[in-house]
Design a protein around this ligand. Sequence first.
Ligand SMILES: *[C@@H]1O[C@H](CO)[C@@H](O)[C@H](O)[C@H]1NC(C)=O
Ligand SMILES: *[C@@H]1O[C@H](CO)[C@@H](O)[C@H](O)[C@H]1NC(C)=O
Ligand SMILES: *[C@@H]1O[C@H](CO)[C@@H](O)[C@H](O)[C@H]1NC(C)=O
Length: 367
Amino acid sequence: MSPRVAVSAVLSLLAVSKSVFAQDSDTGVTSTFPATPLASKTFSYPSGIPYQVDEEPHLIRGRQTGYNQCNSTTEGQESLCQTSFLNSLDDFCLWGSPEANSIVANTEGEMVAWCTKAGRGTRVIPRDALKGVQFIRTPDYVQVVGFIDQTKVNIQAGDYGGELDPHGADLRGNPLGGLMYSNAFSGSNDTYQQIIEWTNFMGSDAFCFKACDPAGPNAAHYCEHIYDRIGCAYNMPNQAKNGTFEACKGESQDYPGVYTENGQVMTYSQPPEGVEPSPTYTPRIPASSDCITFSSQELYTASVSGESSSPSSSGSASSGSRTASSGQAAVTSGPSTAAEDSQGAANTVRMTKAGLFGIMLSTFFFV
Ligand SMILES: *[C@@H]1O[C@H](CO)[C@@H](O)[C@H](O)[C@H]1NC(C)=O
Ligand SMILES: *[C@@H]1O[C@H](CO)[C@@H](O)[C@H](O)[C@H]1NC(C)=O
Ligand SMILES: *[C@@H]1O[C@H](CO)[C@@H](O)[C@H](O)[C@H]1NC(C)=O
């Protein structure tokens, strides 16, 4: 959120919460903001991670509900692990709710990591929950966009969801204390770097999740988090297809909210809470190439009991089929067939205000 939005959101939170907390003086709530914003806290993986990174007990949103030290004792479908990963097509986590049938807007502060692989002390995304996933690596970030039966990660059917990021109106992140790591930028699958800038939309049986290279000069722009109510189509313009599992290379997108119209670079402003965002531009879908497609079975083999049959990276790549993606590569600038398709009826954007920190959208995709 921008500072102005953050301040107004916090003020409205304070206004609403005043009566609650006035009678709750015994809870000792003294402040809204932590001494150090979550996005400024860095920890090496795994040994540098404390039990909880959000350890101030007297802040207005309450305590961090889960923990960041996650290991074999925390592994399983009751895990409250809040340390997440985005490595590759077959190895990523999404934020889901701890309790079944939850609304994202009501549980975003408490969300926990659900991962495609066992072994990191988290919950495991149940087999068959993922219906289609596109992983893209660009010079500036890695990104997964896909389709999911969201009830399998405890999000209520039909919930249009919201956005998670390490900032939040009170700079404690959503979820509070949520950490993110990746081996995608370190040059070694065994070396994990903390991802400082990331954003994850969950809802409408879809998701998109971008992790920006911590060494990238524009990480905060590519992983901009202020456009939290206009969804994947604007924040991570993509051509992910339901039923397709593929890993691609790609160009970097335009910064979220930035677009070019008649040769002029423009910046969209999301209106304040209470006003429905209705952006009139169509974001450029960046070119992708070298896509390798897989069948889902060979990718997601972790079982919910926590065992993983660990698909070998050698086996899966050779059995996948290479897909030429010249069609996608053509969609680089200006109006295009794909972009025009996106104006179809299925793409109606509905917006509803659903909570103080609520950040929602209905339609995620241009496909
Ligand atoms: C495993 O994680 C739990 C929960 O964070 C923590 O209390 C415990 O100390 C960890 N165990 C080891 C051996 O690190
Ligand atoms: C690293 O992980 C990726 C994605 O799973 C895989 O394709 C690659 O072969 C791995 N590299 C090594 C050296 O194991
Ligand atoms: C994706 O396809 C599956 C069928 O494989 C369908 O059940 C699901 O509703 C689709 N998801 C979306 C968001 O369209």
